[in-house]
Write a new protein. Structure first.
Length: 109
């Protein structure tokens, strides 16, 4: 049986930790999503509509609380990024940019 104590936080931190996998991933995911939610509320007056609105109905007013509620409701989740694949993509982009610059230089002559 797992030990749980009553907390004032809703949703409970234990459930959030189970969904995220680690406290570091929870902090990173919650902070990133809270910034996105804050930016969404900031751009509402502009009518741009480029950001994703909150995915849960919440009475909370703080973006971090809304982000934690989204994590608890399984509306967002962390994605593991492979560093080797990321490096390969960056190298491919650099090669394509170098080839485009070489083509542009050849056409200019």
């Amino acid at each position: 049986m797992t030990w749980q104590h009553d907390t004032m936080m809703n949703p409970p931190i234990e459930g959030l930790l189970e969904r995220s996998g680690s406290k570091f991933r929870l902090v990173t995911l919650g902070a990133k999503r809270a910034r996105e939610i804050n930016a969404y509320f900031g751009q509402l007056d502009d009518g741009l509509g480029q950001l994703i609105p909150p995915q849960v109905t919440s009475v909370a007013r703080k973006p971090l609380s809304i982000a934690f509620e989204e994590i608890d409701a399984d509306k967002i989740e962390a994605v593991q990024i492979d560093p080797e694949a990321r490096a390969a993509e960056a190298q491919a982009e650099a090669d394509a940019l170098a080839a485009a610059e070489a083509d542009a230089a050849a056409e200019a002559e």
